[in-house]
Design a binder for this molecule. Structure first.
Ligand code: ZN
Length: 348
């Protein structure tokens, strides 16, 4: 409980949700739409990979560390991008140790001309049910106080899992109409899984849809995904956070038109440039570099990037993407501390 006159009055949940829409807050929010699981956090929470991908109790316990240990305003329990792929029939290697990320081993379709067979019992598949059960557990324990973010892959990322990167990229040149049809169909998977997570207790959803600059020109976002993303945010009744890794300045002009509440951006774009390009239409999340600053930098180096992001007006401060598993916890704790210090300096 905050004291009257302390300048703080919002629960982490209200702060996070208000920030997603660029609203009034008592302090800029701290959080992430992607995984903040580290090996150190697994020790601290007694919840490790690979169980944290497969057992709802372990999944939820590890997720709660974002609030309990890192003082973040939201929890997000999905640590990889393989849950849907496994349910659709891809072979997934969940890893055998704590510092191994799961990976898709086999594709479902060899040609873009094949339809992805979506099983009738998709929501009951173990890799999907575990997410829904973990969200239910988090909702029960934290839902009155901390924001719970689910994750449902967008159709582009689902297509990459189902067909493989090469087949999708060739289709952008050879069979654009067929690819558009595939994405339209896969969008239904995003909606189905997203709705189930909202029903389970998620109050926002991360939608990773990796149409990245190293694979595609910005117009591909406008052509293939903009209308679909616009529809997703109409069909899914909670704020959506779009996540695309890599350089995004060239596509932000389109992303801002999607109606998504927030874009989780990569620091390949500076906070200032991202904020300018995003305009009034969309909030931004991120600001702290993963591979050098969080993984190898000091808490002071983290604080410096946090201040830059705050100065630029980034609404939710956090890592730019799933954090490297060997990131030291003290660097992740430094994000919320730096926001507090910045605010104290401003008010003092
Ligand atoms: Zn990413």
């Amino acid at each position: 409980m905050y004291e009257f006159g302390s300048g703080r009055y919002m629960t982490p949940k209200r702060r996070f949700l208000a920030s997603l829409y660029g609203g009034r807050v008592d302090r800029p929010a701290v959080g992430s739409a992607t995984s903040v699981a580290t090996v150190e956090l697994m020790d601290e929470m007694d919840a490790s990979f690979p169980e944290a991908h497969l057992d709802p109790k372990v999944m939820a316990r590890l997720a709660s560390g974002a609030y309990e240990v890192f003082n973040m305003d939201n929890l997000m329990p999905v640590y990889s991008v393989t849950q849907e792929a496994a349910a659709l029939g891809c072979q997934v290697n969940w890893g055998s140790s704590r510092d191994e990320m799961p990976e898709v081993r086999s594709r479902i379709c060899t040609s873009i001309d094949e339809d992805v067979p979506v099983p009738d019992d998709f929501l009951a598949k173990p890799s999907i049910k575990v997410v829904l059960d973990a969200i239910r557990l988090l909702k029960k324990e934290y839902g009155h106080h901390v924001s719970i973010t689910g994750k449902a892959l967008g159709p582009w990322s689902l297509a990459l899992s189902a067909y493989g990167v090469e087949e999708v990229l060739i289709a952008t040149i050879d069979k654009p109409d067929r690819l558009a049809r595939v994405l339209k169909d896969l969008k239904e998977v995003t909606i189905m899984f997203g709705r189930a997570q909202i029903e389970a207790g998620a109050d926002s959803l991360c939608v990773p849809d990796h149409l990245t600059a190293d694979l595609c020109r910005p117009e591909a976002y406008a052509d293939y995904l903009l209308p679909i993303h616009f529809e997703l945010q109409q069909q899914l009744d909670c704020p959506l956070i779009l996540h695309i890794c890599g350089y995004s300045l060239d596509r932000l002009q389109y992303i801002r038109q999607s109606g998504m509440a927030c874009f989780h951006y990569d620091t390949k774009v500076s906070a200032k440039d991202a904020r300018e390009a995003a305009g009034e239409e969309i909030s931004l999340m991120g600001g702290v570099n993963n591979p050098s600053t969080l993984l190898f930098g000091s808490p002071d180096a983290v604080a410096k990037e946090v201040y830059e992001a705050l100065e630029a007006g980034i609404e939710i401060i956090g890592p730019e993407c799933a954090v490297p598993l060997r990131t030291p916890n003290e660097n992740l704790k430094a994000i919320a501390s730096a926001v507090d210090e910045y605010m104290a300096g401003k008010n003092g």
